[in-house]
Design a protein around this ligand. Structure first.
Ligand code: F6P
Length: 316
């Protein structure tokens, strides 16, 4: 069977490892692997090419994606989806594997409802906001990048009497902020999923400052849209100088971690060995993989792992 692979939405470290495994396993199983370049934009413009082993040699350790990605507005329009389908048909592609988030899965689900093409979704987003899956490709690397950044900031924060407010990515999901706050021992963590208790935090930290605390780190998820507000509140509450660091796209880059490379490979392996499970998403829980129907997945909101919330003292 001719199978295409495409990256859609924000790139994530580990996508290249997934592309390499895709070519290797597809060949092994007797399929013909195709790369769809530039995300759904490239699908519309016919940027589709048969993938060979040489295309994926020396890419496993690199962040980003060698086939690039895009956020396609045109794909929302039927005429462009038809154009994309015609391009796929011309190449004889019958099935697509998409590395992306739930918005990308939804897009392909519309395409497969309109035309004779099936797909498998593989969660790949540093946001880790795919329901039914406790992991998405890119998350471990992003967390390690954030760990290094916050460790570095702590060095300078502790050398002054200063507070740092660090904003992490994640859209509406607080996963990156929450895990980083635990792993980096931040004094404050603010995420969209939990109402921030200003009073309780003020009392707790006031006491700590009275007992000798000289600096602090606050991690705020971008989805709270409260980075400036947090900085102002800290300055006013604790009479301490504040600096803001918005980590931004640095979180999306970097060499994929060992865990990332292994898991990316496993996701692809599962997808290619279960091509009969059409229009489903591979999900990972613990060390196990399963498939969830696209409609169920996209209609169920993501819930942040309670184990992480417990470690943040957000749950009793
Ligand atoms: O979805 C991944 C992500 O990095 C989000 O965390 C962030 O809000 C967004 O993409 C940024 O998008 P862009 O790269 O288009 O600026």
């Amino acid at each position: 069977m001719r199978i295409g692979i495409v990256c859609s939405g924000g790139d994530a470290p580990g996508m290249n490892a997934a592309l390499k495994k895709f070519v290797d396993v597809a060949h092994y199983l007797g399929h013909e692997p195709y790369f769809i370049y530039d995300g759904y934009e490239g699908m519309i413009d016919g940027k589709i090419k048969k993938a060979a082993h040489e295309d994926v040699s020396g890419i496993l350790h690199r962040g980003g994606t060698i086939i690039r990605s895009s956020r396609s507005k045109r794909f929302f329009e039927y005429k462009y989806r038809k154009q994309a389908y015609d391009n796929l048909k011309k190449e004889g592609i019958e099935h697509i594997i998409v590395l992306g988030g739930d918005g990308s899965f939804r897009g392909l689900n519309v395409l497969s409802g309109e035309f004779d093409i099936s797909f498998t979704g593989i969660p790949a987003t540093i946001d880790n906001d795919i329901s039914f899956s406790d992991y998405a490709i890119g998350v471990d690397t992003a967390l390690n990048v954030i760990r290094d950044c916050v460790d570095n900031i702590r060095d300078t924060a502790s050398s002054f009497r200063r507070a740092f407010v660090i904003e992490t990515m994640g859209r509406e999901c607080g996963y990156l902020a929450a895990v980083s706050a635990v792993a980096n021992g931040a004094e404050i963590c603010m995420i969209p999923e939990i109402k921030f208790d200003w009073e309780k935090n003020k009392n707790r930290l006031k006491e700590e400052f009275e007992n000798g605390r000289s600096y602090m780190i606050a991690i705020v998820a971008e989805g709270c849209d409260a980075t400036q507000k947090m900085a102002k509140w800290i300055e006013e509450s604790f009479d301490i100088e504040v600096r803001i660091t918005v980590l931004g796209h640095v979180q999306r880059g970097g060499k994929p971690t060992v865990q990332e490379r292994l898991i990316a490979g496993e996701f692809v392996y599962e997808a290619l060995n279960n091509l009969d499970k059409k229009n489903m998403v591979v999900v990972r829980n613990g060390v196990n993989y399963d498939f969830v129907d696209i409609k169920t997945l996209t209609s169920t909101p993501y819930k942040l792992d309670e184990k992480v919330l417990k470690l943040l003292n957000f749950l009793d």
